[in-house]
Design a protein. Sequence first.
Lengths: 249, 213
Amino acid sequence: MTELSPQNLDEQKEKVTRGEVTPVPEVGLGFVATFRRDSVVAFRHRGEMANPLMFFLMVITMVPLGISPEPSLLALLAPGMIWVVALLATLLSLDGLFRGDYEDGSLEQMLITPQPLYFQVLAKICVHWMVSGLPLTLMAPLLGVMLNLPAEGFLPLWVSLLLGTVSLSLIGAIGAALTVALRKGGLLLSLIIMPLYVPILIFGTSAVSSAIEGFPIAGQLAVLGAFLAMALILAPLAVVGALRISING
Amino acid sequence: MSQTLLELRNLSCERDERVLFCDLNLEVQAGDIVQIEGPNGSGKTTLLRTLTTTSGDYSGELFWKGQPLAKARLDYLNQLLYVGHLPGVKKALSPRENLAWYAGMNNGHQRLSVEKALEEVGLFGYEDTPCYHLSAGQMRRVALARLFLTPACLWVLDEPFTAIDVQGVDNLQRLMQEHASGGGAVVLTTHQPLSIDGVRHVNLLDNREVASD
């Protein structure tokens, strides 16, 4: 085993360029490349990206008009309402996660790069969360004010959404990958993903309402964190498998 | 030196109860340019997709440098460049950004700089123009610029000449010839007759290699 001096490294690169040795994929480089590409694409399509956010904002604005402007009633509804709408807004944005790549052929290219697909997928999901889940989370306290959410509920709402929306993006990506090759996958996507979202919704809303009622919420947040850890490790694996099946067809 | 790069043994593919090709045997050697021929719907693209490992819907065996493909997958993918029917170019990005992604996928190993490659395919001055402002031919050229960047030795090209002008087709053929004489190999589908000597023709309709004239 030779030492890895800069000189050796250059030599190694030369050999790789000449095709003499098989380079081990530099995972970081691939992750950064995909992350950067997807962020730029998301930024260029920012109008589309704002759709789920607008949906979130509009539904929450309509609630006092449609149900009742009574502050005590709104306070009762607030945790569940914000969580349900955040969940639906995420669902709305999922369909496009792999669709663009599928249609222009870059998904196929992603599958046959020497890079591990796991990290490519993770990079794509990170960007998806940054343009959907993160803005929703950041805006949630504002909507809490509109729905007269009691003061004790704000921090739990924020933390639970922060933990929960990442899981929503990760789990949702599985459905998006399964339905990417179908022409009308929208309905199927919702049907596949909805049941998997239910536990996150239950623990998310219960964290907020428990906090309002003065109970400790560490348990709910721990469960949300456990969901997140599990999804972070396992969801990309499922997505990779689903993408290979979708492209194969 | 003629090293066997890719070997297909008894490759068959059936789709919707229709046999596309069966018992196809082919050895692609270093220095070969193989043109897959056949009418529309005869399975050319399916064959190429099988070669790129994106389609596992076949029976038969594939070997890369004498090893089963499943075992030599990483080495194979490192040495493979596939330009498919879809260009794999993001319309929202500029040619430079598109190629930078491919460079990242390739661990940054490139033969030329992105600017130089774009100049070679005649897109000098378009480096930072978003691809949706480019014409179909220019989009295709962005995808083909990868041929100048990649260190891969096996090129699999699906209809590379679509929407490319006469001059561009000539340049592309010259590039393939250079690549083949440098020890690489090209497998391509096209309906256009190639003006390169020594091209091997494989006709999918009767599953045999046509003796080159």
